[in-house]
Design a protein. Structure first.
Length: 388
């Protein structure tokens, strides 16, 4: 059986540079953009230290988005013969989301035309040099403060040096500086897939992906937690152990447990009869923590387990294949989750999400190539919050 939370294998960095037109003016009346939405000649990269004045808030994914940002997988050096299939999956996901909210897709300048053709006219393709499709981890984590959207730059370092930094390490700072979105500085190294919030001050995070010498050498968990609270404006951190060294992300939380409402979390569960392994043990540990945890309001959590599909019925394969339903994405009008090919399990996952998002369309998307690369729908998307 494929490990449910196995993640993408080691990738090589790729060269290049570029800029991205995110079109963020509608969300925070950005300094550094003129009235027509064009960048001013002198953007202000600057940045504030984590924990500035005003009430900072890390909003929940189910809150209103200005748009969704994605990345176009760039090279056969990373994907080999899978590249056409993974591009097909990314294009299909971009099309599905763009039917319900604006989507910006970052693509290398020389690949932009092909990406436009694949994704359709509803997707805005913008030229920026990227290495791969994992926008969740390379973009800044957006927060709200002082009536504006700001971006916390978590200093992406290739998942703890497992990949050379290349173009993707430049994405967060380039986007924020180029468009005058205030950059929130932090000494922490982390990725967007490390964090899950209820929008009310509670953060779930796997210790393995942050309290790790490959990202934050010499920092204790207490020190990391203090910095997370400053950077993201959260007040309660729920630590799940995770797994070190078994995948490129060191077990991001977004394949393990997700909020679907304040006080309600979904938790990954292995298919019955699967042999115990490091991933199932990590889920058992998380279950114990979550059953005893309270959120930032002091409320006990309701924990709902969502079973993986039957490995003999899924249509995707590969040593790094991710068969967890946890890696879904909550959009403005839709919730996008993987369709693995086990009809009974797929329908069960859709029904659970429909219960918590009755006003959104539940949209199953086949992503076998993305999942075979060790990621999922959440890994491939990044929400930009809208104010008001």
């Amino acid at each position: 059986m494929t490990n449910a939370l196995s993640r993408r294998t080691l990738m090589r960095s790729l060269a290049g540079a570029g800029v991205l037109a995110l079109g963020l003016t509608a969300c925070n009346d950005l300094d550094g953009l003129d009235a027509g939405g064009a960048a001013s000649a002198s953007p202000q990269p600057g940045g504030t230290a984590a924990g500035g004045t005003g009430a900072r808030r890390f909003g929940a994914e189910w809150e209103k988005h200005l748009r969704t940002v994605m990345s176009w997988p760039a090279s056969e050096t990373v994907w080999g013969e899978q590249l056409p299939d993974v591009r097909r999956d990314v294009a299909g996901l971009a099309r599905a989301i763009s039917a319900r909210e604006p989507v910006v897709l970052m693509a290398r300048p020389e690949q932009a035309d092909a990406a436009r053709q694949a994704c359709g006219s509803a997707v805005e393709v913008v030229p920026i040099a990227v290495d791969d499709l994992w926008a969740r981890d390379t973009l800044p984590v957006f927060v709200e403060e002082d009536g504006k959207v700001k971006g916390v730059d978590f200093n992406f370092n290739g998942w703890g040096g497992k990949q050379q930094r290349g173009n993707d390490s430049k994405v967060a700072r380039t986007v924020l500086a180029r468009y005058g979105v205030e950059r929130v500085e932090t000494r922490l190294v982390a990725e967007g897939g490390s964090f899950e919030t209820d929008g009310q001050g509670t953060l779930m995070v796997t210790e393995s992906s942050v309290v790790n010498d490959n990202r934050n050498p010499g920092m204790s968990r207490d020190q990391v937690e203090a910095e997370l609270k400053k950077a993201l404006g959260v007040t309660e951190v729920i630590w799940l152990a995770g797994v070190k060294g078994k995948d490129i992300t060191d077990a991001h939380v977004d394949c393990l447990s997700r909020f679907v409402a304040p006080g309600v979390v979904l938790l990954d569960r292995a298919f019955p009869g699967s042999p115990a392994d490091v991933w199932s043990r990590a889920a058992d540990q998380a279950r114990g923590v979550l059953n005893d945890a309270t959120d930032a309001t002091g409320k006990k959590l309701q924990v709902i387990e969502l079973q993986q599909p039957d490995p003999d019925r899924i249509t995707g394969r590969g040593d790094a294949f991710v068969s967890s339903y946890m890696n879904f994405y909550i959009g403005n009008k839709g919730v996008y989750l993987p369709k693995f090919g086990d009809d009974r399990a797929d329908e069960r996952a859709q029904q659970v999400l429909r219960q918590y998002f009755p006003d959104r369309e539940i949209v199953p998307v086949r992503i076998d190539a993305i999942a075979a690369g060790g990621g999922g729908i959440h890994c491939a998307t990044h929400d930009v919050p809208a104010l008001g």
